[in-house]
Design a protein around this ligand. Structure first.
Ligand code: ADP
Length: 159
């Protein structure tokens, strides 16, 4: 049976670190569903639609990758899309505690839902959406960290 993995996140915006994780998952799973969370409490810089559009554009070369926005419980979203596997990225030990909490909560909510972790190439291990936004807002060059279309969107939004 084809296995769909759900890769959830805020993707504000999608970075080459996220894309590195998607590329690795694409080799391991039949279908990768990038689930862009509305996450209003994080006060994202880009709207949900903008984040979905940026992710779609950045990932358009991947045949078995889909992008979808969602609001609500991740466990419900995964079930609605026929997935029993969540994917998260681990950049460093500092990510572990939060990710462990999330995985444990999701297991409590949906005992059949497994969380798997992948690590990015070393060159992306220090990349985060927030740092990219900060550098872009200060006029720094983020071209190594995001797709061209995302760089253009950052420049338009943050200057
Ligand atoms: P969230 O708000 O859910 O943490 P993010 O978009 O920041 O959303 O991250 C989504 C997932 O991608 C998380 O598991 C995060 O650890 C992972 N991630 C973020 N940046 C990178 C990166 N540079 N390399 C690998 N994984 C990453």
């Amino acid at each position: 049976m084809p296995v769909t993995v759900v890769y959830p996140g805020t993707f504000d915006p999608i970075t080459n670190g996220h894309m590195d994780i998607v590329r690795r998952a694409h080799r391991l799973f039949d279908r990768v569903l990038v689930a862009v969370a509305a996450n209003p409490t994080k006060r994202p810089t880009f709207t949900l639609d903008e984040r979905v559009d940026m992710a779609c554009q950045a990932l358009q070369g991947f045949e078995r990758v889909e992008v979808c926005g969602f609001d609500g419980l991740l466990a419900d979203f995964a079930a609605a899309h026929g997935s029993r596997v969540l994917l998260r990225g681990l950049r460093a030990v500092s990510d572990f505690e939060h990710e462990f909490q999330l995985a444990s909560m999701n297991r409590h909510l949906a005992p059949d839902l497994e969380t798997v972790f992948l690590t990015p190439a070393e060159e992306y291990s220090y990349v985060s959406s927030s740092l990219v936004r900060e550098v872009a807002a200060l006029g720094g060059d983020v071209s190594h960290f995001v797709a061209d279309s995302v760089e253009a969107a950052l420049r338009a939004r943050l200057g």
